[in-house]
Design a protein around this ligand. Structure first.
Ligand SMILES: Cc1cc2nc3c(=O)[nH]c(=O)nc-3n(C[C@H](O)[C@H](O)[C@H](O)COP(=O)(O)O)c2cc1C
Length: 352
């Protein structure tokens, strides 16, 4: 069975939900491990006070009994505590009474760099909020919960996924400076996966390639504008003799410029994925825009926002990479029961 993930949820709606299908039965999940990743996503340096309102916790509505998956769809929920300030503005049904609370007034000032302008044009909305609520990265919370489930699956075959920001000290200094100037910054994150056996993904077709799948998953995260595997862009400046990782007699490599992937397949080395995040588009000193209600020149919407979310992105990218590796591992080793999955992995490792 193919592992699949669907999610729904607006930034200030009642909750974020994810449905995961194709997980083997009998996988042990720990609520604390999932909640710990949700907490890591919220904690990054430079984030807005929204993170103090939200204390994300996972709820499981289906697919789990006594801490073990049932092999049926797993339904995860992360509630938006902030929704209580938006009950009129984000009511799923026509709200009763006078407009009140947040989101009651339509947004007509699109922010450069956000979903606002193309979003209302594409979907025919009049209130920019109808576009920005889903475009917001808030729903990455439930993807992080799904990533924690993926990490539990990968853990049964010894795969571990971790992440970090690149140059933490410089990033924090840049965030402090930007906050003073009421501006925003981006940065670079790195995700590493160890214990990945050779042969996840394939060269057979472009959609099978593990590098393409990881790149799409990471580029699918809000504000990511560049992804590289291993030495990525730097390889373009090298000669072949300097760029490739020589093969030892035991099949291992002394270097890992390829970032653990060759020809769309894992090669048994550590998988290394980097992502570049642009500066966040909501600015406290807004850029030029247009008021969609009047057609007049205006400045963009100012709404509570992060100065940077690079540390949060690391956790979200870690979840995305974990999810894709879990999909590739489940594709390779299969199994309706977790024991079948683990046994298939063991047999494969013995063969190679
Ligand atoms: C974890 C995370 C948190 C974010 N927080 C904010 C934020 O507070 N304010 C903001 O303007 N953009 C934020 N963004 C970025 C926007 O969601 C993103 O720039 C926007 O949806 C437009 O999409 P694009 O940048 O991929 O083109 C965040 C992104 C991530 C990954």
């Amino acid at each position: 069975m193919t592992l699949r993930l669907a999610s729904a949820g607006e930034s200030h709606g009642p909750a974020l939900v994810a449905i995961l299908t194709g997980l083997p039965a009998g996988l042990v999940l720990e609520r604390d491990a999932i909640d710990a990743d949700l907490k890591r996503r919220q904690e990054g340096y430079g984030r807005s006070p929204r993170q103090q309102i939200e204390q994300d916790r996972v709820e499981v509505l289906a697919g789990l009994r006594h801490g073990r998956t049932l092999g049926t769809p797993l339904a995860l929920v992360v509630r938006n505590r902030d929704h209580e300030n938006w009950t009129w503005g984000m009511s799923p049904w026509p709200p009763e009474g006078e407009p009140k609370g947040k989101g009651a007034k339509p947004v007509t000032l699109p922010r450069p760099g956000h979903a606002d302008l193309a979003g209302v044009q594409k979907f025919g909305h009049e209130d920019v909020r109808n576009a920005l609520e889903r475009a917001s990265a808030r729903h990455t919370a439930v993807h992080v919960a799904a990533g924690a489930v993926a990490k539990a699956l990968l853990g049964t075959i010894g795969i571990e996924v971790r992440s970090a920001t690149v140059d933490e000290a410089a990033l924090r200094a840049a965030i402090d400076e930007a906050r003073k100037d009421r501006d925003t910054v981006g940065g670079i994150v790195e995700v590493r996966a160890t214990g990945v056996p050779p042969g996840l993904g394939s060269y057979a077709a472009k959609e099978d390639r593990l590098d393409a799948r990881l790149a799409a998953a990471v580029m699918g995260i809000q504000a990511v504008k560049g992804v590289e595997i291993g030495d990525g862009f730097a390889l373009a400046a090298l000669r072949g003799s300097q760029a490739h990782d020589e093969i030892e007699v035991d099949g291992r490599r002394e270097t890992n410029r390829a970032g653990g992937i060759e020809a769309g397949m894992s090669n048994g080395e550590e998988i290394v994925v980097r992502a570049a995040m642009k500066p966040l588009p909501t600015l406290m000193r807004p850029l030029r825009s247009v008021d969609l209600a009047t057609g007049e020149a205006a400045t963009a919407l100012v709404e509570r926002s992060d100065v940077a979310a690079v540390e949060a992105l690391a956790v979200v990218a870690e979840a995305a990479v974990a999810w894709e590796l879990a999909v590739a591992a489940q594709e390779k080793f299969g199994g309706d029961a977790i024991g079948d999955f683990v046994a298939a992995h063991r047999a494969y490792c013995e063969r190679i």
